[in-house]
Design a binder for this molecule. Structure first.
Ligand SMILES: *[C@@H]1O[C@H](CO)[C@@H](O)[C@H](O)[C@H]1NC(C)=O
Ligand SMILES: *[C@@H]1O[C@H](CO)[C@@H](O)[C@H](O)[C@H]1NC(C)=O
Ligand SMILES: *[C@@H]1O[C@H](CO)[C@@H](O)[C@H](O)[C@H]1NC(C)=O
Ligand SMILES: *[C@@H]1O[C@H](CO)[C@@H](O)[C@H](O)[C@H]1NC(C)=O
Ligand SMILES: *[C@@H]1O[C@H](CO)[C@@H](O)[C@H](O)[C@H]1NC(C)=O
Length: 417
């Protein structure tokens, strides 16, 4: 999910204002850890295998509930479980909080600050409040925040600090103290009732990643997301700090592009090949702007500027030996095929600067419902695209914020090792 301010505002405050309070329970801050990411479908909204969840996706970046990867973590003392969307496209960590003025339906109990002994409100005089450009002072001197997403989802509430507990894949608990988060009292948008909020993993000062800093042996993390079609009981993985390096055979890397807006992880896309046909990013010139795309784990489809998108769609049509279905507004994608067999689609190669990333049909042709496959791409009038989570799946993707590179390693993420 892209946060609104990632499009419109400039963050000029560096993360040095936030001390890294995070400390592993075993006291060794040089050791990284790995967690599972889970997916849950809403039993109410999507009774049939949850796949109809996709139907709106190509138009609305948050439409695909099954297209979200959730981080399970506990906040407070005693620990209370929350499930936030893992989102590299935004910064704020937030969860729905009692008392709820206006919340979306949530199946799990809601976090109640009164019941936690480690909860504290962030004062509006604090630097932490000014890190958020939308933080305002309430009459009680609290830091009231508003955080909006490009998809029109929005959360409002008070900024607070809590102890966060994560369970690593080895079973150990990782305890993080003083984590700044939004206690959301007023939240709406395209969330399903298993999702209690969002865990912002972007590059801006408030994100989980920035708050973590180098506490775990280096400012880096990696993710391995299972493809969309995978059984929801199969976990995806996310690693933090030492041990999250992506290396070895088949690894390709592209530079992170640093811009004024620190939230998105910008990279440079040179072009996309459909089969052997190369389509340059900039239809009208050899020039490409550096940082013309960012990686967003909270957005399912890949979103391209219309001039490139149109050429990709035309070329995919050209190479699939089958007639597309006529426009079905139900499907939300502009290019879908109806077939009882597996659709034989072309391989796509995403040419990032210095890194060619090959995508198989499982990463590009998404099945929103039985016997239908749609291109998991959509378009924007912006010059800056989004590399979404369908395309990120089945790659171990490392974000090394010290070396400022993103690395891709083809990996079967369903085989967790
Ligand atoms: C935080 O602010 C809320 C709203 O004003 C208040 O009810 C609550 O007591 C405060 N919590 C703490 C721990 O100060
Ligand atoms: C601050 O947030 C609280 C709780 O959400 C709300 O009751 C209050 O009206 C807000 N105050 C301002 C100034 O926005
Ligand atoms: C395409 O190239 C032109 C001419 O150099 C440039 O003005 C424009 O910004 C480029 N567009 C993109 C999307 O990179
Ligand atoms: C990446 O793809 C481009 C375009 O097909 C090609 O020219 C280039 O040699 C490839 N680079 C690598 C490292 O394979
Ligand atoms: C997306 O592409 C379609 C078809 O090319 C076009 O009609 C529409 O205006 C484009 N939308 C945006 C936001 O550019």
């Amino acid at each position: 999910m892209a946060s609104f301010h990632s499009f419109f505002t400039v963050i000029i405050i560096s993360h040095v204002f936030i001390p890294s309070y995070f400390s592993p329970i075993h006291g060794n801050t040089d050791v990284g850890f790995m967690i599972n990411l889970i997916r849950k479908t809403s039993a109410q909204a999507f009774p049939v295998r949850g796949l109809s969840a996709m139907s709106e996706t190509p138009q609305s970046p948050v439409g695909a509930n099954l297209g979200h990867y959730l981080m399970e973590l506990s906040i407070g003392t005693p620990p209370f479980k929350i499930y936030g969307i893992a989102d590299t496209g935004s910064d704020l960590i937030w969860t729905q909080c009692l008392p709820c003025n206006n919340c979306y339906n949530q199946l799990n109990p809601m976090f109640d600050p009164i019941k936690s002994s480690s909860y504290s409100n962030v004062s509006c005089d604090s630097n932490l409040c000014h890190q958020l450009d939308t933080g305002v002072c309430s009459p009680q001197k609290q830091c009231n925040y508003t955080y909006a997403y490009a998809s029109a989802s929005i959360t409002q509430g008070v900024l607070a600090q809590e102890t966060v507990t994560l369970t690593s894949t080895t079973g150990t608990s990782v305890l993080l103290k003083g984590v700044v988060f939004g206690c959301g009292h007023d939240n709406k948008g395209g969330f399903n009732d298993h999702e209690t909020g969002i865990i912002g993993l972007g590059g801006g000062p408030m994100s989980f990643i920035s708050q973590m800093g180098a506490s775990f042996g280096g400012k880096r993390f990696s993710q391995c997301l299972v493809p969309f079609h995978t059984d929801v009981n199969v976990y995806s993985r996310m690693s933090f700090g030492k041990g999250s390096e992506v290396s070895g055979e088949g690894v390709v890397s592209t530079p992170l592009v640093i811009k004024d807006d620190k939230t998105p992880y910008f990279v440079t896309l040179l072009g996309i090949s459909v089969g052997n046909t190369y389509l340059h990013y900039n239809g009208s010139s050899e020039n490409v702007e550096k940082g013309n795309m960012f990686l967003d784990s909270g957005t399912p489809p890949t979103i391209l500027p219309t001039q490139l998108y149109d050429r990709v769609v035309a070329e995919v049509k050209n190479q699939v030996a089958m007639e597309p279905t006529v426009d079905d507004p139900d499907l939300g994608s502009q290019l879908c095929y109806r077939t009882k067999n597996n659709l034989r689609g072309p391989m796509l190669t995403v040419h990032f600067e210095g890194a060619n990333v090959t995508l198989e049909p499982i990463q590009t042709l998404i099945s929103p419902k039985d016997d239908v496959f749609c291109l998991g791409f959509t378009n924007t009038s912006s010059d800056v695209g989004i590399y979404g989570n369908f395309a990120q799946s089945n790659y171990l993707i490392g974000f090394d914020l010290e070396a400022q590179v993103v690395s891709f390693k083809p990996t079967d993420c369903t085989k967790n090792t």
